[in-house]
Design a protein around this ligand. Sequence first.
Ligand code: PLP
Length: 372
Amino acid sequence: MTLHPPRRVDTVWNFAAGPSRLPDAVLARAGDELFCRGADGAAAIERPFSGPAFRKVLDDARVHLAQLLDVPDNYRVLFLAGGAMHQFSAVPMNLLDPTRGLTRVAYADSGYWSRRAMQEASRYAQVAVVARHADEKPLSAPTAGDWHVPPDCAYCHITANETVDGLAYPEWPDTGDAPLVADATSCFLGAPLDVSRFGLIYASAQKNIGPAGMTVVIVREDLLRRPARAAPSPFCYRLQAASEGGVNTPPTLSIQLAGMVFEWIADCGGLTAIAAINRRKSDLLYRAIDSSGGFYTAPVAPGHRSVMNVRFHLADDRLIEHFLRDAEAAGLTHLRGHREVGGLRASLYNAMPLAGVAALADFMAEFQRRRG
Ligand SMILES: *Cc1c(COP(=O)(O)O)cnc(C)c1O
């Protein structure tokens, strides 16, 4: 049963936190290229992963990603099966190194996903919490200075952008000798990133890269020498790097689409251009919230607000269901906040155009006129 008249697809804007919207150009290209059989009798999604056609897709994707991020030569780029949560375990399994006295792990607590990462890590080693965000409002990321990472910690982990809490680090902490490891899932490729500041960066695909099922891991080569005895082969970075990602069948569909997304970003002018558009999008929305006279509120301090996941509340919580219903009727979907924190959230990943954000800001002003 439909309550609303059907509308044209391009007038509906999907603000989901993930899996999220893909660029229109990529959807169109995928339809043309992935599902039609070629001269060898195989459609792109049917090709064997060890054959030359798929190897070229994989190599091109790796090269394009390395170009976008300016990845230094001493790092390896891996496309692994599974999501960020697989990496919550893979990171400690690969990086702990009892032979060198690295028997603990350090984490910063910045919100929901960092705590989930810590929980998983605590199954493999004792976790030292080296930084925390303040619990009072407005919320902010842990401050970057004064992190004392104990010398027996194999690495220090941060969640670069907290998807649920809507907050992000304004600057990266200095973790001394401990390699900095970042879960960059929800901000990856939203802006340039200085890879050389990190020992390891991972990001699952379905936020800002492509469809679910694949995680990008960028790892500094010296970390591949750690023993990783407990890591199952598909999650062993050293084995995957040595076999060029061929230990097991890689998520071929996700990798092909990710490759198209990397090319789309280059066509948009690269990460600097993408970051400028993303900044305009989130500025527009935060301005709409801050200028509402308290009808809408943002719980995160300016300077720590996520560019990707804009979290906000209604001063009168009872209006939430009305807001969501009217927004959907206006073609603005998936705006409910994460169940853990409530409220509202608009995810503005790369594929969300400025027009979609402007439509949301207009709707918010109109809703306030009717209900304020
Ligand atoms: C979505 C998300 C995850 C979980 O990713 P999965 O691919 O579902 O495992 C982890 N970390 C962050 C920051 C996320 O946004």
